[in-house]
Design a binder for this molecule. Sequence first.
Ligand code: FAD
Length: 405
Amino acid sequence: MHEQVVIIGAGQAGLSVAQSLRENAHAGSITLIGDEELAPYQRPPLSKKFLAGELTDERLLLKPLAFFEKQAIDLRLGKAVEGINCATGVVQVDGASISFDKLVLTTGTRPRSLSLPGGNLPNIHVLRAVADVKRLRPLLAPGRRLVIIGGGYIGLEVAAVAQTLGVSVTVIEAQDRVMARVVAAPVSAFYEDVHRARGVTLVLGRGIAGLERDAAGLAAVTCDQVRYCADLVLVAVGAVPNMELAAAAGLKTDDGIVVDAQGRTSDPRVFAAGDCTRFPSALYGRTLRLESVQNAIDQAKVVGATLTGADVRYNPVPWFWSDQYDVKLQIVGLSHGHTHHVVRGDPATRSFSVFYFDGPRLIAVDSINRPRDHMLARRFIGAEVSGDVDQLASESSAWESAFGP
Ligand code: FAD
């Protein structure tokens, strides 16, 4: 079949769909349209090595430009798709129409903004794209004061880089512990210790009332009226899916573009993959919207295979990582809704894992500087195993034995 496939969003998922189409012998055209100027690139280094100045732009690219030519992928950069007409099979971009037989939306997410007084003042930053890093990085000079609003992964990764560069960093988090949405209390406590030991000021359990500017610079004002002075502020309070284009085209959305296990939207000619989707998870028995490289790649592969006639379903064991200083956190599974957890190892050694259970079933594992635990856990969670909690807590036996033969 020589179908014309148009992909909107030239990020990790968009590239992976295009790549998967060619790997599955798709012989028709592929048009990959992105609104950023740079060819598809990896975002994780933006809050890690790229922000630290340890990676060049070229090293961020997922594929060299020659790849697109060789694979006959028509890559159009710096172009935002303005509209989709599902009935006629046309997308509008740059005043022109592009026809499609099949359309794939890989539009990702954008940073959630703070709708607070002062939220639009100068020197208030977000971090999603290379362009954001290019604005932020030159300002991270020794002695500068950075206030980060949000103690999630991105806020804490930037805190680690900035502190290492000699910036004076304050993180303000509304929850009473960092990364509270995704990890258990012992993991939060460990990271709080790590950051405080490096000199980061953590302000926990305080919401932000607004941002102000005076002759001395910026100030983030908490709800209890404490002012934290800054030269620059980073707002890192999560992301929202880019789904407006889909909604305007009449596709079903619900905090994400709603897709089935093959990535098909409510219109059979239109598919979606990556951060922008909400999909059904057989493993967790509910719909999920994930923001991770694993999800972008693996869901895109299912879409690419489906478009070329394969019968496959997406049912991932999600995994994720975060690098802060010399500490690597690897997460497999989703701990949301866990009934209890078990810590294996001693956080004081900077190497431990936390196992999360829903009743008897293992649903997630966080590993801190323990890559072996992480790799094993990927297998065990996919197999939906139950474990012996007491045996697991003791390091005298291999942890696999806690899950039976
Ligand atoms: P994106 O990579 O966001 O790509 C979507 C693209 O579509 C964007 O370029 C967007 O501008 C474009 N687009 C949107 N609308 C239009 C339109 N109308 N027309 C044309 N183009 C459009 N994940 C991990 O697993 N581990 C990590 O350590 C990690 N660290 C991260 C650090 C940072 C700072 C960030 C921002 C993300 C991080 N992530 C991490 C998340 C990971 O990068 C994302 O999950 C992944 O990039 C999602 O890929 P995607 O293709 O779905 O979306």
